[in-house]
Write a protein that binds this ligand. Structure first.
Ligand code: PLP
Length: 388
């Protein structure tokens, strides 16, 4: 069949493909250590599930407002005010089918054919593809582990042209886990304001911080930065709600209205009763996040020590999310060969850095139990020693 030209430009999500392969190997009975997953290995907190059951019983099973249940939009606006110092009202918020969908809506609403969107690499796999779907041009700015995988204000400035419309900032980052310091955020905000471009701040990992790291939303830097900021986030990572598909976008009212029109003709509202679970997530006790965080912190330290003790590998210590991105260049292998051989010979699953625009690295998720991590690191050690 002759498919639309836009499909030809897209690559399938390598992370989802690899995760599916690992699950299939496990189902065949193989002893797989899967470090490819992008979701917390904890159940959704009970009070969130209970609130959803209550919503079902109360008949919240019909079509709802396209932009989201008013109570949820209000709760998100309050959260952004309280946690992030961002002054939004409910009308500045649209509830979407996950953070992925909020970013997709944004690209469709903001990007004209030929507009440039600056994306620092390593990047989350879907950013460039979404820009392409909107007929925009992804402008990739390479960063590396020497600079903690952070784009500098100078690099951002150099990448800006008259066609630049948007800068994509993701802190804490998937795939590197790094967190920009408040000073670094302020310096990037200055470039955004000086050049009068927009920035989308993908803050989906904002709650997953370690070692006293803090999260500053770029929109909170100044009123001028606020006017140019769009926030994308969701419930998947902080509340372990990946399968619920609830995210949100916050920004200027005209943009949110445009996203709502697009959503009205594509997916309509997000599952009505699920939104009541999200409300309980925001309004209920937050200690569930803390419990998850302390488990992640222990695993992160264990994994980092293990990786950095393997000759030929090195890894920056990131302060957020649940990913590590070790440098594999000394092994002489590219990231695809590395991951393929590791999977075939040792049944350990990692994601090749090439999926994130960083071929000299692999992404390892520590959203796995400690036993699996111990076993996986032993196998990784054997594998790398056999190659160098
Ligand atoms: N942004 C980043 C950086 C992510 O890692 C993810 C998911 O992996 C998302 C957005 C989208 O999350 P979801 O659509 O599950 O809410």
């Amino acid at each position: 069949m002759k498919l639309a030209a836009r499909v030809g430009q897209l690559s399938p999500s390598l992370t989802l493909t690899i995760d599916a392969k690992a699950k299939a190997m496990k189902a065949e009975g193989q002893d797989v250590c899967n470090f490819s997953v992008g979701e917390p290995d904890f159940p959704t907190p009970d009070h969130i599930c209970k609130a959803t059951e209550a919503a079902l019983e109360a008949g919240k099973t019909k079509y709802g407002p396209v932009a989201g249940e008013p109570k949820l939009r209000q709760a998100i606006a309050q959260k952004l005010q309280k946690d992030n110092n961002l002054c939004y009202a409910a009308e500045n918020i649209i509830v979407t089918n996950g953070g992925k969908h909020s970013l997709y809506n944004l690209m469709m609403a903001l990007i004209n054919p030929g507009d440039e969107v600056i994306i620092p690499a390593p990047y989350w796999v879907s950013y460039p593809e979404m820009v392409k779907l909107a007929a925009g041009i992804p402008v990739i700015v390479q960063t590396d582990d020497v600079n903690q995988f952070k784009i500098t204000p100078e690099q951002l400035q150099q990448a800006i042209t008259p066609k630049t419309r948007l800068f994509v900032l993701n802190s804490p980052s998937n795939p590197t886990g790094v967190v920009y310091t408040p000073d670094e955020i302020r310096a990037l905000a200055q470039v955004v304001v000086d050049n009068d471009i927009y920035v989308v701040s993908d803050e989906i990992y904002e709650k997953l911080l370690y070692d006293g790291a803090t999260h500053l939303s770029i929109g909170a830097v100044s009123p001028e930065a606020f006017d140019r900021t769009i926030v994308s986030s969701g419930f998947a990572k902080a509340y372990s709600m990946t399968g619920w598909r609830i995210g949100y976008l916050a920004g200027p009212v005209d943009l949110i209205k445009a996203c709502s029109t697009i959503q009205g003709h594509s997916t309509s509202n997000v599952c009505t009763f699920a939104q009541y679970g999200a409300i309980a997530g925001l309004e209920g006790p937050q200690d569930c996040i803390q419990e998850m965080l302390s488990a992640f912190a222990e695993r992160r330290q264990f994994m980092l020590d293990a990786i950095n003790s393997i000759p030929g590998l090195s890894c920056v210590k990131p302060d957020g999310a649940f990913y590590l991105m070790p440098n594999i260049q000394k092994t002489g292998m590219n990231s695809l060969d590395f991951c393929q051989a590791l999977l075939e010979e040792y049944q350990v699953v990692m994601v090749p850095g090439i999926a994130f625009g960083a071929d000299g690295f692999v992404r390892i998720s520590y959203a796995a139990d400690l036993k699996t991590i111990e076993k996986g690191m032993e196998r990784l050690d054997k594998f790398v020693r056999s190659r160098i």
